[in-house]
Design a protein around this ligand. Structure first.
Ligand code: G1P
Length: 292
């Protein structure tokens, strides 16, 4: 069955980016010239998704506005003859169907996904965490969708992380079933240092079967006092196949300042017109610093 819907949790307070996030949703912070969230929405569209469900909270209305049609702006650009920008503005608001549901209390990622239950209905769906940016020739979600297409079972994106970082992630235990695939038997959310069952971390891309919803609904708070998606996957794995795919691509964690800066440099260097002068600037700056 085709994966048509993607849930994008975007209700977080963005405290790591205060004071900026006092007035701007973290998801709209700018990566070169685009809001962060447009990266993952574009990835979803390129992966065949036709419906996006944002899970938002108070103060996040600007996310929907970004993907909405702005008739006044379009006629202004038309009048000015700004063809290129106009084309892009039109594309952003028409490339995908967008809706949103509210997460009224910050009760964790699992709870955020549960908030989208009625909007998703009884079909397989994707979850995309907008902090995790993956740059790859084949979109990361499309790589997962292919595994789902072959198995019909839930599949999560995996990446090897250094042992000293496993406490920051959901970590899996499983058996390898192919060059990059695993059948997962156990998930642990943010295991204390030294207790992780492997160094394979779950990265923010999931294709899930709708059977995950009743599991989420029955969960008690887990790590950090929050309802964890990882805990629901652990329960699901006890009774159904859950697969993992070590995806092909470069991942940036734009959820903290250093990761966001690294992502900015990565995407700026990739930009056709900005890349070369920015690279010269970086090299000059490094040479000056190195010479000190
Ligand atoms: C979330 C998930 C975690 C996953 C991570 C990937 O954690 O709970 O299992 O490994 O995203 O980025 P968060 O980064 O929101 O703390």
């Amino acid at each position: 069955m085709k994966v048509r819907k993607a849930v994008i949790p975007a209700a977080g307070l963005g405290t790591r980016f205060l004071p900026a996030t006092k007035a701007i949703p973290k998801e709209l912070m700018t990566l070169v010239d685009r809001p962060l969230i447009s990266e993952v929405v574009t990835e979803a569209v390129k992966s065949g998704i036709s419906d996006i469900i944002f899970v938002t909270a108070r103060g996040k209305a600007a996310i929907e506005d970004y993907f909405d049609i702005d008739a006044a702006l379009e006629s202004h650009l038309e009048g000015k003859g700004s063809e290129g920008v106009l084309r892009e503005i039109r594309h952003i608001s028409r490339m995908v169907q967008v809706s949103s549901v509210r997460q009224k209390e910050p009760r964790g990622l699992g709870h955020a996904v549960l908030c989208a239950m009625n909007a998703v209905g009884a079909e397989p769906f994707a979850v995309i965490l907008p902090d995790d940016l993956v740059d790859s020739p084949i979109p990361c979600l499309a790589q997962l969708a292919e595994v789902f297409g072959n198995t019909g079972k839930s599949v999560v994106a995996l990446q090897e992380v250094p042992p000293e970082e496993t406490h920051r992630y959901g970590i899996i235990e499983g058996v390898q079933t192919g060059p990059n695939t695993f059948r997962i038997s156990r998930f642990v959310e943010k295991p204390p240092p030294g207790t992780a069952p492997s160094n394979l971390a779950v990265i923010g891309r999931y294709v899930l079967v709708p059977e995950i919803f009743p599991v989420l609904a029955g969960l008690e708070p887990g790590s950090g006092g929050e309802i964890q998606l990882t805990d629901a996957l652990d329960r699901l794995a006890a009774r159904d196949e859950v697969h993992g795919l070590v995806f092909d691509g470069i991942r940036h964690d734009a959820g903290d300042k250093l990761g966001f800066l690294k992502a900015t440099v990565h995407y700026a260097l990739k930009d056709e017109s900005l890349g070369p002068p920015f690279m010269r600037y970086l090299l000059d700056t490094l040479a000056v610093r190195g010479g000190r």
